[in-house]
Design a protein around this ligand. Structure first.
Ligand code: PHE
Length: 341
């Protein structure tokens, strides 16, 4: 028993500090300790001389020693390849594994396209908070409390403070810009907006908008039409036609909705345009005098136009994405398809 302990002690140190650099060193270790004529076997052989009453204790000692020796061998086994002989090594001349690169999200790409088209004609980008107060999201935009137009936008209210809403449109940013009082104003406001709608292929509880506002002396409806016509030809091509239909928004008067000729069928009729040849892309109009007055801008001196479009809608028309949910499901098979646009 005494000699067993001594023998174990004599090898323990070396085993613990074993740190091979190659498969060959590891193999030499295996033969020395774990081979058929190795040290572990040899010490185990000494068991027969241990008196019966000490056998149990000696067995435990030996097993622990064996586990230590085997454990070290296992820890460095990666130095060997499958057949346990050759050095796997590291071949630095082999080509590396390519790292998959991410891409911009399609909505961000389209938003960037929209913004840069307007930047070319002097609009600058303005942003604002997604949690808004009632004044900037509704009241200042000529939508006082109980105004029926509030129902057009199913709103998420923050329950602890009903004065706070998740903004339902980026018109709230326009309100914040007008509030600053620096005229003239020429801004484009991209951002995420929220509406309390049931999620389906055609609706989501959040989406993205780009809204524009232009206020100066002598701004007319003709300027609005020309600006939006320029946008459409840049975005969808020079052959695209536009048409304006009268509409209603509380913050613009007159108001209109703008359609473009269907980019898929060229106006002949298909499922995208529901066989009408036209697809609706945005709402617009001349800024309501009440709204100008809310921000101390004299409607007798200044006029302006505003417009708002959904980024998902523009992307859908441009790239024929027919299910809104795809944008937020993070499926790389979908997202990858926009790598090169
Ligand atoms: N804010 C409107 C909406 O979200 C869009 C719009 C903006 C319409 C500006 C007219 C003028 O539906």
């Amino acid at each position: 028993m005494q000699s067993l302990q001594e023998q174990i002690k004599a090898h323990e140190e070396e085993i613990k500090s074993f740190n091979p650099a190659s498969a060959a060193e590891l193999e030499a270790y295996r033969i020395k300790y774990l081979g058929t004529k190795g040290i572990v076997k040899e010490i185990f052989g000494g068991m027969k001389h241990v008196p019966v009453e000490q056998k149990k204790e000696a067995g435990q000692l030996l097993n622990a020693f064996k586990q230590l020796a085997e454990g070290q061998y296992e820890a460095f086994k990666h130095l060997q390849d499958g057949d346990g002989k050759k050095d796997a090594g590291l071949d630095i001349t082999l080509p590396g594994k390519p790292l998959p690169l991410g891409t911009r999200h399609p909505l961000r790409m389209v938003e960037n396209q929209i913004v840069s088209i307007f930047e070319k004609i002097g609009f600058s980008v303005a942003t604002g908070p997604e949690i808004e107060d009632d004044w900037h999201n509704f009241t200042s935009l000529n939508m006082p409390e109980h105004h029926p137009a509030r129902d057009m936008q199913d709103t998420f209210y923050v329950s602890q403070n009903p004065d706070w809403v998740l903004r339902t449109h980026t018109s709230s940013v326009q309100a914040r810009i007008m509030e600053q009082g620096n005229l003239p104003i020429r801004v484009i406001c991209p951002g995420r907006v929220y509406r309390n709608e049931t999620i389906s292929a055609r609706a989501h509880c959040f989406f993205h908008q780009c809204e524009g506002l232009y206020i100066d002396k002598n701004v007319s409806f003709a300027d609005l039409k020309q600006t939006l016509y320029y946008f459409v030809t840049e975005m969808f091509g020079a052959d695209t036609k536009v048409r304006f239909r009268p509409s209603y928004f509380p913050f613009t008067e007159p108001s209109a909705e703008m359609d473009i000729s269907c980019t898929v069928c060229g106006g002949k009729g298909c499922s995208l345009c529901k066989h009408t040849g036209w697809v609706e892309i945005l709402g617009c109009g001349m800024v309501h005098p009440n709204m100008l007055r809310n921000f101390n801008i004299d409607p007798e001196v200044y006029t302006g136009f505003a417009f708002g479009m959904g980024v998902e809608r523009i992307t859908q028309i441009k790239y024929q994405v027919n299910d809104l949910r795809l944008y937020s499901q993070n499926d790389v098979r979908f997202l990858k398809q926009f790598q090169s646009i």
